[in-house]
Design a protein around this ligand. Sequence first.
Ligand code: FAD
Ligand code: MEZ
Length: 567
Amino acid sequence: AAYLAGVHTKKGLDCAACHTTNVISDSETEINKQCAICHGSLEQMGTKTSSQTPNPHKSHIGQMQCTACHSGHVPSVAYCTNCHDFPTLNKMKQGVSRLKAKFTDDLSKYEELKPVKIEKTDLLIVGSGAAGFTASMAAREAGVKNLIMIEKMAVPGGNSQLAAGGMNAAGTKFQKQAGIEDNPQLMFDDTMKGGKNVSNPDLVRVLADKSNESIEWLDKHGATLSHVGQGGGSSAARMHGPADGAFVGPYLSKFFRDEAAKSNLDLRLNTKLVKLIKGTNGEITGALVKGKHTGIYQIDAKAVILATGGIGANPELIQKLRPDISPEVKTSNQPGSQGDGIILGENVGAAVVDAKEIQLNPTLLVGSPVIVSETVRGAGAVFVNKEGKRFISELTTRDKTSAAVSKQTGGVAYEIFDQKVRDKVKQTGAAFELGLAKEGRTLEELGKNAGIDPKNLAATIAQYNKYAEAGNDPEFGRPKISAKVDTPNFYAIEVTPAIHYYMGGLKINPQAKVIDKNGKVIEGLFAAGEVTGGVHGKNRLGGNSISETITFGRISGEEAAKRIANN
Ligand code: FAD
Ligand code: MEZ
């Protein structure tokens, strides 16, 4: 045997050393337990591999199992190389190659396949991001006892795990504590305007009106988003994150994983939805799924919730929808964001709205697939180009900022900030950890170190500081300008636009029920989160997606529970 199996055999171990039972579940939980018995927990492995930078064991404690990266009988492919492209990963040994795993799949090939077995449940939830996990919690609270959640990747969390700046909500107790005036009508107006008034106002109304309730719901369950930051296109600071100002995604994902463990959620990793099954009356009666080890099997369910996220890691689909977006543009999305839920929903007659609306995030950290959160600009960072000149209001909407950054020399811009922002905003951290932030004791020195015209940079920031003092930016109209960039050291982070979010998706009504091409509800089929369209129109405001996943995740779980109770 080659690969890890071979390494183990050479050490005198037989198959039973890893395979303690004849059955390997798709989630590979039992085999991972064996890895830990011999090699220690991920935490202990993190200590053993402490000389590696980054240290993939340490940085993913609690998030993934050994088999997400290490395989027994086929070449091991580091899961991380699909997201990260750090040169230091070359140092990784232990048979893990830098090959990228292939995640694109032609779903039509499963249409006619026969299942090896049929299982029954009440509710099937597809996707383990914020929308899926929220739906599972809400459904249980509403009385659903039998539910299965499937996730096609080896790792739960989806793009939700990567979310940075926070979750938008209006009129929360946390805003009041911080003296911020806001209300759902303002959030509705901002969202409609940000989306160029093509969003479905009924869905936006739900998003805005229920946002405070969603913050309270999370808080009640122990996920407290008390830190409030400013996002682009929002007329009040309403982007809620964890108290210490850290990224919202890892915090919520840990919360969801802990909840799932507490409630013994039947979460099946490495298990992909490949077909939705329709009954004789056109209602959805279940699905065909493909388990990594089980193969194709059928799950009959009274309701199915699609929470499969967006399309940002499917370059072919993006090219088909938007040939104007260069194939060179990178993505901020996790590799499982392939649009499966949208394709499979369409196959059973679902309508798709705003199909061409793909959002670019203006601030992918150059040299990595990590975004620099909008909250860094919200806290005072200033955009300049290589010539050291400002070119846009830092807090306008993403469609405008992305387009403007693309037009600058080299298609890049720099976020300039001082020590105050570095100390205050935890979300600048990744750029420093990856060695990608540039530093200077003076603005001129920073300019030299970062490849920005030093004289212009100093003059631009001096002018910016005058605007901040006056509280008015006559050049670009940055709203609420007040924080000066005046405290050494000074920093620059180079950024470029990347594919980030799909505004299009399955058409739903305010009850999260999927609508078909004739405008009728497809009974038994619900959808929540990025797989749906209609909430964000032509441009999503930063912070509105996590808000959508929690609010519509809750609604989908509650509505599915109603259907299950009545069937
Ligand atoms: P996801 O979290 O993507 O989960 C979908 C899951 O479904 C995935 O795990 C996927 O693998 C799985 N899946 C897909 N197809 C199948 C299938 N066929 N079978 C089984 N499973 C399947 N938004 C904000 O509001 N605030 C932020 O701060 C923010 N920051 C972001 C930062 C980054 C880097 C990125 C990429 C996005 C950010 N967003 C943010 C957007 C937001 O995180 C996502 O839009 C949101 O988390 C999507 O949640 P979801 O539950 O709908 O989908
Ligand atoms: O909503 C987002 O995508 C977001 C707020 C990202 C970020 O810049 O933090």
